[in-house]
Design a protein around this ligand. Structure first.
Ligand code: NDP
Length: 266
């Protein structure tokens, strides 16, 4: 690395500090009340970050308490990410009152339905949460990162950022969109010291996948294809999120990292 040539250690190689250390950083996580978002918020806090939880009223309270028990500072801000005016207002207020170092776009919904039956309202509902809300948050919180010359954005994409799936057309469209936004912003903001990446979780045990896990045939055929031989846990995703939020990932940009027990290798 150029910093080694100049003799001054980069944050990733400074022996005094772990490259995964997030002390002194402020991380914003959307949809952190349960599932992957909760595990990511706790993982970031364990790594030392102060966190801001953005989500629907009341939904983040248990996560807030758990972060407080870790001794980190935590704020909860009510936000429905499908309310795009509110997203712009809340993000602008946040950016004005504090330095946000890390944004994790996690909030997401899925609609399992035959493509011929998907009506415009359900199409828009999924795109509004998973893609437009995600982009507007990147824009509002990424702007000051670009001005400052550093920051990390990590979005929770999906295996359906690479594949089409069956009966999930709006979700696949939205998650391909998340990958596209990630790569486009990485190109534009990389020169300004901002890394924009995504995580593509495989099959993770959360409320999102309860129906799949409760269907014995689907569950068996999914499990047979996972080289790890098990469903993933939300904590499996938290580690990748800490990595991509930290200076250990300063040279990772525009990447969609599959965390899937090997699913994509099959
Ligand atoms: P959950 O259904 O357990 O959690 C979804 C989270 O998103 C909840 O905290 C929910 O909040 C929040 N959310 C949904 N809509 C909104 C909204 N309009 N505004 C604010 N928050 C909202 O799912 P997961 O934890 O599994 O999913 C998290 C992310 O991971 C999603 O983006 C999902 O697509 C992605 N993912 C999950 C996979 C899996 O196998 N589980 C696989 C691949 C990707 P509330 O509690 O208020 O509903």
């Amino acid at each position: 690395p150029s910093s080694s040539r100049s003799g001054s250690p980069s944050p990733a190689t400074d022996g005094a500090r772990s490259p995964f250390d997030l002390h002194g950083r402020c991380a914003v996580v959307t949809g952190a009340g349960r599932g992957i978002g909760r595990a990511v918020a706790l993982g970031l806090a364990q790594a030392g970050a102060d966190v801001v939880l953005l989500g629907r009223p009341g939904a983040q309270d248990a996560t807030r308490d758990a972060v407080q028990e870790l001794g980190r500072s935590v704020d909860v801000v009510d936000l429905d990410v499908s309310d795009h005016d509110a997203v712009e207002r809340v993000a602008a207020e946040l950016a004005a009152e504090r330095q946000v170092d890390v944004l994790v776009n996690n909030a997401g919904i899925i609609d399992r339905e035959d493509s011929v039956d998907v009506d415009r309202a359900s199409w828009e509902r999924v795109l509004d949460v998973n893609l437009t809300g995600m982009f507007l948050l990147c824009q509002a919180l990424g702007r000051p990162m670009v001005e400052r010359g550093h920051g990390k954005i990590v979005s929770i994409a999906s295996l359906l950022s690479f594949q089409g799936g069956v009966r999930v057309v709006s979700y696949a469209a939205s998650k391909h969109g998340v990958a596209g936004v990630t790569k486009a912003l990485a190109n534009e903001w990389g020169p300004h010291g901002v890394q924009v990446n995504a995580i593509a979780p495989g099959y993770i045990s959360t409320d999102n996948t309860t129906a799949l896990r409760e269907d014995p045939d689907r569950s068996r055929s999914i499990l047979e294809r996972i080289p790890a031989g098990r469903w993933g846990s939300a904590d499996d995703i938290a580690g990748a999120a800490v990595f991509l939020s930290s200076s250990a990932a300063d040279y990772v940009n525009g990447h969609v990292l599959a965390v899937d027990g090997g699913w994509m290798a099959r």
